[in-house]
Design a protein around this ligand. Sequence first.
Ligand SMILES: [Zn+2]
Length: 253
Amino acid sequence: MSLKLLFQLITTLIICTNITAATVLIDPGHGGEDCGAKAKVWKKKKLKVVCEKDIALSIAKKIKSYIEKNSSHSAYLTRLIDKTISLQKRSELADTIKADIFISIHLNASEIKSSHGFETYYLDNHDDVAIKKIENVENADSNIEKVIINQILASLVVERVAPSSKELGKLVHHQISNAIEKKYSMKDRGLKPGLFYVLALSKRPSILLEAAFLTNSKEAQKARTRKFQEQYSKAVATGIIKYLDKGKDPDLF
Ligand SMILES: [Zn+2]
């Protein structure tokens, strides 16, 4: 092989690697002092409180592992253990590791105990419904000031990443729906626009997943099982990989 040919081959390999390998930041919601939603479940004849933060961490770890085993992309977590971490710190980490996309994992809660199902939010600052969502518990963080809210609402960056967030949300939600809806008799609550600080501050295509309602006792039991968590995580990871692999086709970007 001539030197010129070898040089061309190496250059091609470097370019291909740069195009295909993306970085995913997975954010298990809550942690440490912040339990998130609470589920009351029976375990060994005793009523036990299960926290959203623990199920979210378990699901996030499974998504990371599936992405790494089944693609050339890298995946990182905003927290590896049960610890308190601010929404600001989570999103700053996206800059530190130069993440291409941001995925926040949560479990839902409602005062209406019968509420059930899974839903996917994509970052959007246009819709009135999305702006209402800013009051939601997932945004609860005393460090967030009103001035930041206004910055987010006016942010051109958020506006720029909103279409890619919707595309990412579509692919991931479709996979979740296929894997979970019939098998677990869970309601598909749909793909929705949402304005969450943690997504907006991350400044990249991002989605927030609500895997199930912990305030619904039947659904909480399902969400705690390893089988549900594995199947849910596999579906999310498959959707993420599909989104990232679309980047290989220059016509799509
Ligand atoms: Zn949450």
